[in-house]
Design a protein around this ligand. Structure first.
Ligand code: PMP
Length: 327
């Protein structure tokens, strides 16, 4: 779908996947006006197909657009574009389990020019690709690197937007994590380099033992410099549905290390559209190295993972009306 200043959105087209042709002076290539989303269509237990919370992705896409000075895509248009593609590609939605059809809506500038200003023309495009189960051989905990040198986002910056530049800036920290033998980078706050923000492409959750034997689940609060994940938001609600106390809070690296050592922090996991839930098994930084709990996937982690996947695949009720059916 194309947006032109003074005209708005027009000329929606459903076309076979093909390369885009672009002028070398297309403003996106130079000034990175680019935002995107990620969501999945799952085969339901009854054989139909449904996407998970597309309204939430549509709304986050609007938030991202405002931050990057791009026009908002109306929620209805965003969902209609996703629906049209899923309908067209329905045969590609895997028939079982955790596999899905992954949708990637994105927007780029379409104006040609070398001046730094918002473009007067944009393209909103959705592409799709089948995605296998993230852990085909069983859920495996990841090792994380606490990045104390690089920061992902600052207050007033673009951290809460899903824009390409955030990911470009994260590549060097991801490479640093890999150099230290870790699977993923964990970002800290930009001011004190202490407060846990999020993982490379996922939000984080911490599971604590309470004195009465119950569990308390905490996720870092939205400071404006981390991405408000849709899985994160869904899990706050699912955890409460399952009877857990689930809250947003502040957790520092020292809290993480100390509470793991004294046995009150039982489990840590990351969550996002791609992997749904991934346990965190070990933590490393320039100064520290510890095993999280016993290094194995935790009980609450796996229970929440099952609950969310069962909801997404239509094997459990959908009390919040999150599934968007496509027939
Ligand atoms: N943080 C970042 C930086 C991400 O890229 C993602 C993936 N979109 C997430 C968190 C998780 O968000 P969601 O649950 O909406 O996939």
């Amino acid at each position: 779908v194309r947006w032109t200043e003074g005209r708005g959105w027009h000329d929606a087209q459903l076309v076979p996947y093909a390369p885009l042709s672009m002028d070398p002076a297309n403003m996106t290539l130079h000034y990175a006006q680019t935002i995107f989303e990620g969501l999945k269509a799952y085969r339901q237990a009854d054989g139909t197909v449904a996407t998970f919370r597309p309204e939430a992705n549509a709304e986050r896409f609007q938030t991202s657009a405002r931050r990057i000075a791009m026009p908002e895509v109306p929620v209805d248009l965003f969902i209609a574009a996703c629906d049209a593609l899923v309908q067209q590609d329905k045969a590609w939605v895997p028939s079982t389990g955790e596999a899905s059809l992954y949708l990637r809506p994105f927007m780029i500038a379409a104006e040609v020019g070398l001046g730094v200003k918002p473009a007067n023309e944009y393209l909103f495009i959705v592409i799709a690709s089948p995605a296998g189960a993230y852990f085909p051989g069983g859920v495996k905990p990841v090792s994380v690197w606490l990045s104390e040198e690089y920061v992902r986002a600052v207050k007033g910056g673009t951290g809460a937007a899903k824009t390409g530049g955030n990911y470009a800036a994260s590549l060097v920290a991801q490479a640093e994590a890999a150099q230290h033998g870790c699977d993923q980078v964990v970002w800290l706050d930009a001011v004190e380099h202490r407060w846990i923000e999020e993982m490379g492409g996922m939000n984080l959750y911490f599971v604590y033992a309470q004195e009465d034997g119950s569990r308390k689940i905490v996720t870092p609060e939205l400071t404006g410099s981390l991405l408000p994940g849709i899985t994160r938001d869904s899990l706050l609600k699912i955890a409460r549905d399952l009877g857990y106390e689930a809250v947003e809070g502040r957790i520092s690296t020292e809290d993480w290390k100390r509470d793991n050592e004294n046995g009150t922090l039982l489990e840590v996991f990351a969550c996002g559209t791609a992997a749904v839930i991934t346990p965190v098994g070990s933590v490393k930084s320039a100064r520290h190295h510890w095993t999280q709990g016993d290094g194995e996937p935790g009980e609450v982690t796996m229970k929440l993972r099952r609950a969310l996947l069962d909801l997404q695949t239509g094997q459990a009720p959908d009390p919040h009306g999150w599934m968007h059916p496509l027939g």
